[in-house]
Design a protein around this ligand. Structure first.
Ligand SMILES: NC(=O)c1ccc[n+]([C@@H]2O[C@H](COP(=O)([O-])OP(=O)(O)OC[C@H]3O[C@@H](n4cnc5c(N)ncnc54)[C@H](O)[C@@H]3O)[C@@H](O)[C@H]2O)c1
Length: 358
C-alpha cells in the first residue's frame, strides 16, 4: 500500500468574495460578536505578544503600512494603505491584505484579503472599547463620516452596545443617504437612522460620537464647544502623522484610552499633545488593571489607530471560520516537493517551464 503524501506546504487563500460569503454564512452581527470575543481574549494576553509600532511609508497622498506581530507560535502581518483621495480614481481609501504564519516552520497558513476584514475588525475593536468605556445604557450614537467603514461601525454598535438611535453626518450628504439605505436593507431590529443637516445636530445629546472621516490633514471634525459631559468618543479616522480629526482642546478634557502607546503617540489624536500626555492602555482596562469610566459625567475617548494584534486576531478568526464552513481554496505559494532541497528539479518538472523554448 502506498501512503498518500501530505502536502505540508499548501496555504488557505481567501479573497474578498470568499470573506463576503463567509460573513454571509455567519451573519454580520454574529461575526462581529465572535470577533469581539476573540479580541477581548487576545487583548487579555497582551504581555504574550512581541509588539512593535507599524512601519509606515508616507507620500503626499497617503500612507502604506506594514503591521507585524507574533506570540511566538503564530506570526501575522497586514499591509494596508490609507489614501483619502482614492475615490477620485475609483479605489477605496483603505485596502489591505495579510497572512498568518507558523513560527516553528515559517509555513504560511493563511493568505487573505483584509479590506473587508479591516472594516470588520475596526468596528469590533471600537465596540469592545465602548463596552468598557461608554456610559452603561448608551442608546444613541452620532456617526460622523459615512464611507466604507461606517456601515460596520453602525452594525457593531447596534449589535454589541445596543445603539438604537443613530444620527448620520457626512460633508457629502449622498454618503449618509447610502449608509441609511444599506442599514435599512440589513433588517436591524429597532434601529432608527436619521440623516442630519449639520454636525451639531448629529452630536447633540448623543451618548457616543464616532468620527470615521478621511482627510489628509489636521481636520477639526469635532470641536470642543460641542463636547457634552458623559459622552464617549470613538475617534477612528485620525490614524497617521498629520492626519487627525479632533480639536486638540478636547483632549485635556477627556480620559484617553489607546491601543499601543508608541504607535498612537505618533499617529493618533494625541500626536497633538505633549509626549507625556497621560493615556491608559485598553488592555489594562479589559484586564481590570486600570479604571475605565469612573463616573457618568466623564468624557472618555478611544483614540483608535488600529493595531497589529487586531489583525492577528482577525486572521485567526478567518482561518477558523473558513475551515469550519469550507470557504476558500488551497493554493501553493510554496512548491509541493518530494525533496525539499530540489527546488530546481521541481521547477524543471513543471510543464509550463518545460514548454518555454531554450
Ligand atoms: N483606526 C483604525 O483602525 C482605522 C481602520 C480603518 C480605517 N481608518 C480610517 O478611517 C477613516 C475612514 O475610512 P473609510 O474607509 O470609511 O474612508 P472613506 O473615504 O470611504 O469615507 C470617508 C468619509 O468621510 C467623509 N468626510 C471627510 N471629511 C469629513 C468631515 N470633516 N466631516 C464629515 N465627513 C467627512 C467623506 O465624505 C467620506 O464619505 C480613514 O481616515 C481611515 O484611515 C481607521
Amino acid at each position: 500500500m502506498t501512503a498518500t503524501r501530505i502536502n505540508h506546504a499548501r496555504t488557505l487563500f481567501l479573497d474578498t468574495p470568499d470573506v463576503a460569503r463567509l460573513l454571509g454564512l455567519l451573519g454580520l452581527p454574529a461575526a462581529l460578536r465572535l470577533l469581539t470575543d476573540r479580541l477581548r481574549m487576545e487583548y487579555l494576553r497582551w504581555p504574550d505578544f512581541d509588539k512593535a509600532a507599524r512601519i509606515a511609508t508616507y507620500s503626499p497622498q497617503g500612507v502604506i503600512e506594514l503591521m507585524p506581530i507574533t506570540d511566538g507560535h503564530a506570526y501575522s502581518f497586514k499591509c494596508v494603505n490609507g489614501h483619502p483621495g482614492n475615490g477620485a480614481v475609483g479605489l477605496p481609501t483603505v485596502m489591505a491584505m495579510g497572512a498568518l504564519l507558523d513560527c516553528d516552520t515559517g509555513r504560511v497558513r493563511l493568505l487573505s484579503e483584509l479590506t473587508l476584514t479591516t472594516a470588520l475588525r475596526t468596528a469590533a475593536t471600537s465596540a469592545l472599547a465602548a463596552q468598557a468605556l461608554a456610559r452603561p445604557g448608551s442608546r444613541s450614537m452620532a456617526l460622523i463620516g459615512n464611507g466604507a467603514q461606517s456601515d460596520f461601525q453602525a452594525i457593531a454598535f447596534h449589535a454589541l452596545l445596543g445603539i438604537r438611535d443613530l444620527r448620520l453626518y457626512d460633508v457629502d450628504r449622498s454618503a449618509s443617504v447610502r449608509l441609511q439605505r444599506n442599514l435599512a436593507a440589513s433588517g436591524l431590529d429597532r434601529l432608527q437612522v436619521r440623516v442630519c443637516d449639520s454636525l451639531a445636530q448629529a452630536v447633540r445629546g448623543a451618548d457616543v460620537v464616532t468620527t470615521v472621516t478621511a482627510w489628509q490633514g489636521a481636520a477639526r471634525v469635532l470641536t470642543a464647544d460641542l463636547l457634552e459631559p458623559g459622552v464617549h468618543l470613538n475617534a477612528v479616522g485620525g490614524d497617521s502623522p498629520g492626519k487627525t480629526e479632533l480639536d486638540p482642546a478636547i483632549l485635556p478634557r477627556a480620559s484617553v484610552f489607546v491601543e499601543f502607546p508608541p504607535q498612537t503617540r505618533k499617529e493618533g489624536e494625541i500626536q497633538q499633545m505633549a509626549a507625556d500626555f497621560p493615556v491608559t492602555e485598553l488592555w489594562q482596562v479589559l484586564a481590570g488593571q486600570a479604571p475605565g469610566r469612573v463616573d457618568e459625567r466623564q468624557v472618555t475617548l478611544f483614540d483608535s489607530v488600529g493595531f497589529a494584534l487586531e489583525d492577528y486576531c482577525a486572521l485567526s478568526f478567518l482561518q477558523a471560520a473558513a475551515t469550519q464552513h469550507g470557504v476558500g481554496r488551497w493554493v501553493e505559494i510554496v512548491p509541493d516537493q518530494d525533496d525539499p532541497r530540489d527546488l530546481y528539479g521541481w521547477m524543471l518538472a513543471r510543464e509550463r517551464f518545460a514548454s518555454v523554448p531554450a
